[in-house]
Write a protein that binds this ligand. Structure first.
Ligand code: GSH
Length: 198
């Protein structure tokens, strides 16, 4: 398998975290989106969505969209339990991550880290929605170890990628103890070094 992506992107890191956890063998192919490398004819032939991540499967087929890739790689493993209700609860979080979490937490990190802008210049509406997303996670995690069920799933991996870097977008993780403990727990299980600066 080949994973086309950018290691600065949480959406791409999700896929790498899952592949590493599952012990899958793959080549990581760096794609620099700032240089238009996701818009070349070769890339568009793999995915006309012109975004990373994309995986090239061993059978020659391609798959885009981080959370679809996570679900595909995790099929038949503990990261995606068989129980239909648990799978639906995982999907609930995967959709929520893309619509109510990533657009604020990841976009404000981009604003500060990649555009180099100070936290005071962040869009207040995005800040409000990002804070609300982190508050929801803090509340949910106050009485459980993982987001769905009793063990690590792709829901945790999908949400971990940008949440563990949320402080880089001006969000305070230290005032959210359950969320911070969950980040450390997931990092340990995924053998990731603790995110810097948290
Ligand atoms: N919903 C997509 C979002 C992917 C995405 O936004 N990728 C960014 C990098 S993090 C990208 O390729 N941006 C280039 C573009 O949209 O032109 C996913 O989850 O994979």
């Amino acid at each position: 398998m080949r994973i086309y992506g950018d290691l600065n992107s949480g959406n791409c890191l999700k896929v790498k975290y899952a592949a590493d956890f599952l012990g899958l063998s793959y080549d990581f192919v760096p794609v620099d989106i700032s240089k238009g490398e996701a818009r070349t004819p070769e890339f568009l032939a793999m995915s006309d969505m012109a975004q990373v991540p994309v995986v090239a499967l061993d059978d020659g087929r391609f798959l885009a969209q981080s959370n679809a890739i996570l679900r595909y790689l995790a099929r038949g493993t503990a990261l995606l339990p068989e129980d239909p209700y648990l799978q639906a609860k995982i999907d609930e979080l995967l959709f929520w991550e893309q619509y109510s979490h990533e657009p604020y937490i990841a976009v404000l990190r981009f604003h500060m880290v990649y555009l180099g802008k100070p936290s005071e210049t962040r869009d207040p509406e995005k800040v409000k929605r990002g804070e609300a997303a982190l508050d929801l996670m803090e509340k949910r995690l106050s009485d459980r170890q993982f987001l769905v069920g009793e063990a690590l799933t792709v829901a945790d991996i999908a949400l971990l990628a940008y949440t563990r870097l949320a402080h880089e977008g001006g969000f305070d993780l230290s005032s959210r103890p359950a969320l911070s403990a969950w980040i450390s727990r997931c990092e340990r299980l995924l053998a990731l070094p603790p995110a810097k600066g948290r």
